[in-house]
Ligand binder design. Structure first.
Ligand code: ARG
Length: 464
């Protein structure tokens, strides 16, 4: 990064140049160069509109666009000389344009300010980020739905309080995650739609006296329409807060999911095996295979929540319209994008190769007396009030705990000692298969319901 001090583009009214430390302190180019492509895209649309309105000649427009394309190529090939003295991505590019094409380059900023320029750039950049995140989210959802179909009959313990509660199917459990991710995608789509308005033309804060066409720049940049109010256009960052809220909720979901995978993959549980390529070893304990990817995703939720707090606090108390505070929006947003997309990608890559240990899962469902509620429901069907049934089954479970046997492993006479309403049809409800098959309604865990739910989930995904 160059430190030389050319005269600032805004230097007209200044009698001494900026203190070197202040220059570095106020510069944003080290990070906002990430939006160079969007900045150029915005400038090309602006110049195109200016020429259509007769504010630039066609020759001037062509020369500006050609210069901007050359700059884009220099940036992409790593040859562009970024300079701290030129403060930010906008002035680095504009200065380079003036170097390249001379005085015509000075006309690009007509009817525009860096305030509406940066507001446009971030929206364009965030829109691309959201699209990328949604595509990774869809890939993860596809993996989950496929897994749900494959494991629609696989029995596992369902938990409350992390105690085995009732048997569920593995597919049902996967589809629970899919539901959360589906709402997450909805929040991102919603945020994108609300954000997709073009601030260009708001200029510094009040609009511009040139006969600009805001509909046209909005259209050229793929925005739905121009923003309504110039003061709001340059100062609003709530679209960023909305994105970080949606991203935080996704990371919260992924951290819960991570926690489950870490437990499931542990030596104590052994419900699943994470594929080797998503784990790492220990430098001291040769037997270790650590679930680093889910652990890291769980940990990364922390920085995402931090970014949300940063932006909320950044905006709190800011008077209208633009304030330099807003420059602080970028680093949280950039890191949030990398964190979100990286975490979704890791999960999307990992899920299809998850190994499910069916026998251990089923055994664990049986060991946890997870059909106790089914026995109580059976007694209710035979006429016993639910509270009495609860008591009877509690006594049966106590015997099971004492003798280390599941309810389904007791014989009829033993069970009948607890209630004479019990007959040999009881064994149909005491099996874990009977238990899941009985929950046969929309949203229930029965394998045929899981398959139907997976079909509906696929259709919604295809319609996204
Ligand atoms: N780098 C600035 C930012 O990120 C661009 C806008 C600067 N505008 C100004 N009036 N100083 O917010």
């Amino acid at each position: 990064m160059s430190q030389e001090t050319p005269k600032a583009l805004w230097g007209g009214r200044f009698s001494e140049s900026t203190d070197a430390f202040v220059q570095a302190f106020t510069a944003s180019v080290e990070f906002d160069q990430r939006m160079a492509r969007e900045d150029i895209q915005g400038s090309i649309a602006h110049a195109t509109m200016l020429a259509e309105q007769g504010i630039l000649t066609d020759t001037e427009r062509n020369s500006i666009i050609e210069g901007l394309r050359q700059i884009e190529a220099e940036i992409e090939s790593g040859q562009f000389a970024w300079s701290i003295a030129r403060e930010d991505v906008h002035m680095n590019i504009e200065s380079r344009l003036i170097d390249l094409i001379g005085d015509t380059g000075k006309k690009l900023h007509t009817g525009r300010s860096r305030n509406d320029q940066v507001a446009t750039d971030i929206r364009l950049w965030l829109r691309g980020t959201i699209d990328h995140a949604i595509s990774e989210l869809s890939r993860l959802q596809t993996g989950l739905i496929t897994l749900a179909e494959r494991e629609s009959d696989t029995i596992m313990p369902g938990f409350t309080h992390l105690q085995a509660a009732q048997p569920v199917t593995f597919g049902h459990h996967m589809l629970a995650w899919n539901e959360m991710l589906e709402r997450d995608a909805g929040r991102l789509i919603d945020c994108r739609q609300r954000m997709n308005q073009c601030p260009l033309g708001a200029a510094a804060l009040a609009g511009t006296s040139y006969p600009i066409n805001r509909e046209r720049t909005a259209e050229l940049l793929g925005f739905d329409k121009p923003t309504e109010n110039s003061l709001d256009s340059v100062s609003d960052r709530d679209f960023g807060i909305e994105f970080l809220s949606a991203a935080s909720i996704i990371m919260m979901h992924l951290s819960r999911f991570s926690e489950e995978l870490i437990n499931w993959n542990s030596t104590a549980w052994q419900f699943v095996d994470l594929p080797d390529k998503f784990c790492t070893g220990s430098s001291i304990m040769p037997q270790k295979k650590n679930p680093d990817v889910p652990e890291l995703v769980r940990g990364k939720s922390g920085r995402m929540f931090g970014h949300l707090m940063s932006l909320l606090t950044l905006m709190k108390g800011q008077p209208l319209a633009y304030n330099k505070d807003n420059q602080e929006d970028k680093e949280p947003l950039y890191d949030a994008a990398d964190t979100l997309i990286g975490s979704l990608r890791a999960f999307a890559d990992m899920m299809p190769s998850l190994l499910v240990n069916k026998d251990i899962l089923k055994d664990s469902a049986i060991r946890g007396f997870s059909t106790a509620t089914d026995l109580a429901d059976y007694l209710v069907r035979k006429g016993l009030p639910f509270r009495d049934a609860h008591e009877v089954v509690g006594q049966a479970v106590a015997l099971g705990v004492q003798t280390k046997r599941d309810l389904s492993e007791m014989d009829l006479a033993e069970l009948q000692a607890f209630s004479d309403l019990i007959h040999d049809d009881v064994f149909e409800v005491l099996t874990v298969e009977g238990s899941v098959n009985a929950r046969d309604h929309i949203g229930g865990t029965a394998p045929n319901q899981v398959r139907a739910a997976a079909d509906r989930a696929k259709a919604r995904l295809a319609a996204r």
